[in-house]
Design a protein around this ligand. Structure first.
Ligand code: ATP
Ligand code: MG
Length: 454
């Protein structure tokens, strides 16, 4: 999910690069694309700190607040702050309903996707500065053999090369004077940089050339490499019916509980041997009121599992019906689950904050707004909603371009305001024209009765 948000250059939240907190977790006024909502941002920061210290797995947080008050935005900020090693999985509650998988299976998969397993491996590497590469081609050119001379400050050794290694050296454009690292098991070559000793050899060198010192000591070194995979990835790779290709296709289907048990056992074994570490990540469930009572009772239980992530949920509903029951409760969440949660509330923005957010979004969308147009958008945002104001930026720009202007003026925003209704005007319109539009109660016995008397 994270990758998709990176690709979407001007998605709704592409201006957000973090939570905008300082080292003491105090919210900065305008930082990393974040404006206002200080209390909620700070709370999110405190929670992240606990996640990073591995202290808060198996808890649930609820972000509750009116529409467009930055709940999803704060979740995106959290994802950006966590770092690449800690999983952050985003799910919209309605994604749980699918024909291919039961609801609990897709929640289980989401849970397991949010738990990272950091696996430590020792590998043997050969690291040194290239002294010479010699390649001998046979007469037909079909076979290649060669020799690679590597040195450290203390020793020098000649290695025989096969054709695969020669191809790799050529692909990486390795030259004498480069410092390289070769993985002994896989034979993979990576260039670490150019040796300082050769810095003066060439006068034409790219600005991005990195100079490194010639390594000292032995050519062969042992290094610890660490990779992090999620529990779900381990499940998929080990499920015989799926195979790892399913990771790319995405349709993993259901995974057998026995297999999960086996994997849990194996991971526990690795942990005891010190080969692996569990990294509980964050699972974000947006629009959580869309989950039904079965999902909620599953969550109650799943949160108590020792390998549970931190679950962050968001909802913009007040007292509403819990899906699958006739009971009402705050945010459509059963009270026994609510009782286990920490609740962060987000509030409406004032006009100054809306102005700043509009300004950031306009920059993000490469739109120039005149000061008056910006002020008008901020006023509109205050009167209608922040989303509406943000949505008007692009149409206003188009209208300005039609008039051959390089920046958006008040007139363009006014025009856009006339062309596109906000929720309030749309509701009024729907009321006024209720007789002419299809409504639920007008469909009787399979055919539509239209009442045009209004
Ligand atoms: N504090 C903020 N700083 C910068 N941009 C923000 C902030 N809050 C919201 N935005 C932007 O405003 C828009 C609406 O906010 P967002 O989608 O986060 O609202 P929401 O609370 O999730 O609403 P809903 O309940 O309707 O899902 C988004 O484009 C978001 O990036
Ligand atoms: Mg949202």
């Amino acid at each position: 999910m994270r990758d998709v948000t990176k690709m979407e250059r001007i998605g709704a939240h592409s201006h957000i690069h973090g939570l905008g907190l300082d080292a003491n977790l105090e919210p900065r006024v305008n930082s990393q694309g974040m404006i206002g909502q200080g209390k909620a941002r700070k709370a999110a920061g405190v929670i992240l700190k606990m996640v990073q210290e591995g202290r808060i797995a198996g808890r649930a947080i609820l972000m509750a607040g009116p529409p467009s008050s930055g709940k999803t935005a704060i979740a995106m900020g959290m994802a950006q702050t966590l770092g690449t090693d800690v999983p952050f999985v985003m799910l919209t509650a309605s994604e749980v309903y699918s024909l291919e998988m039961s609801k609990t299976e897709s929640l289980t998969q989401a849970f397991r996707r949010s738990i990272g397993v950091r696996i430590k491996e020792e590998t043997e590497l050969i690291e040194g500065e290239v002294v010479e590469i010699q390649v001998d081609r046979s007469v037909t050119g079909a076979t290649k053999t060669g020799r690679l001379t590597l040195k450290t400050t203390d020793m020098e050794t000649v290695y025989d090369l096969g054709s695969k290694m020669i191809d790799q050296l050529q692909k990486e454009k390795v030259l004498a004077g480069d410092v390289v690292s070769i993985d002994k098991a896989s034979g993979r070559i990576s260039k670490l940089g150019r040796s300082f000793g050769r810095a003066k050899d060439y006068d034409a060198m790219g600005a991005d050339t990195r100079f490194v010192a010639c390594p000292d000591g032995e050519l062969q070194v042992r290094k610890e490499v660490v990779h992090t995979v999620s529990l779900h990835e381990i499940d998929v790779i080990n499920s015989r019916t799926q195979g790892f290709l399913a990771l790319f296709a995405g349709d993993t289907g259901e995974i057998k509980p026995e297999l999960r048990d086996q994997i849990n056992g194996k991971v526990a074994e690795w942990r005891e041997e010190g080969k692996a570490e569990i990294v509980p990540g964050v699972l974000f469930i947006d629009e959580v009121h869309m989950l039904d009572i079965e999902c909620f009772s599953f969550l109650n239980r799943a949160l108590e599992n020792e390998m549970a992530p931190l679950v962050v949920m968001a909802s913009n509903r007040g007292i509403t019906r819990i899906r699958g029951t006739k009971y009402k409760s705050p945010h459509g969440i059963p009270t026994d689950l609510l009782d286990r949660m920490l609740i962060i509330s987000t509030g409406k923005y004032d006009q100054t904050e809306i102005r700043e957010i509009v300004k950031i979004r306009a920059d993000e969308e490469d739109v120039r707004l005149s000061p008056d147009a910006l002020e008008l958008l901020a006023t509109l945002g205050q009167k209608t909603s922040l989303r509406y104001a943000l949505n008007l930026i692009a149409p206003s720009q188009l209208l300005a371009q039609r008039r051959k202007l390089t920046s958006v003026e008040v007139e363009d925003v006014k025009m856009a305001y006339q062309y596109f209704c906000d929720v309030e005007r749309s509701t009024t319109y729907a009321r006024e024209t209720s007789g002419m539009m299809f409504g639920e109660e007008e469909i009787t016995n399979g055919h539509v009765a239209m009442d045009t008397s209004a």
